[in-house]
Ligand binder design. Sequence first.
Ligand code: MG
Ligand code: MG
Length: 275
Amino acid sequence: MALRFTSSTPLKTAAEVEKLRASARLVSNALAEVAAYVKPGVTTQALDEVAAQVLLAAGGRPAFQGYDPGWGGGPFPGVCCISVNDEVVHGIPGGRELVEGDLVTVDTGVELDGFFGDSAYTFAVGKVSDEAKRLLRITYEALAKGVEQAVNGRRVGDIGYAVQQHCEAEGFGVVRQLVGHSIGRTLHEGLSIPNYGRRGHGAKLKGGMTLCIEPMITAGAYTVDTGDDGWTVVTTDGSPAAHYEHMVAIRDSGPPDVLTTFEPIERVLGGVPFA
Ligand code: MG
Ligand code: MG
């Protein structure tokens, strides 16, 4: 999610980065707990409650619940955005039961001690098709390639270029209408991080920037629509989508500091969901 394009965002001190790391770890742990419940027959509402318990037990405030960007859907009712198959992002948790072969993306956010965390992971429900696994793998790899570009002195367009090249080379669609964002004392701090772009173009990346990089990739066309609930974003052609999101801090020199971690999720899963 992002609301506006600006070319700057507040730079964080080392102490602020540690606060953001704590928020990031909390959302990572919430997603790991959710991972244990992703099975055929579970409702998306049940997954939402699992994440809520983890965030609240640690003293966090679920950041998505009540969030109203003014898009017409009103305040978001869930703790997580839970999006199944052709739903790309912003799905509202409810009574839908997951079935074998589904792809389900869980995206959640928290405010802890004044700093926000935000991360997303797409899970496979039971056994999924080889084509679904390929979509998950390429999206996951594209995130890593985007993260790699989060280096002092590079440009926002370098991140988008890396993601876009990797996905389009495989014939997948890169959603344009939704983008990553800077994060800190608010969920969306002003800088947008598209998953498409031109090398060497866009805002300059600086040490102390903290960003959410989050490729939203479809198995078909990249165009999306918003559903009647005013929130759920679906692919226009009905093709499935995947979405992985990391929070990273840009260092003054050297590789990015990835604040979120998929390790606890993959410990629960026993590996990546596209193996
Ligand atoms: Mg998110
Ligand atoms: Mg985000």
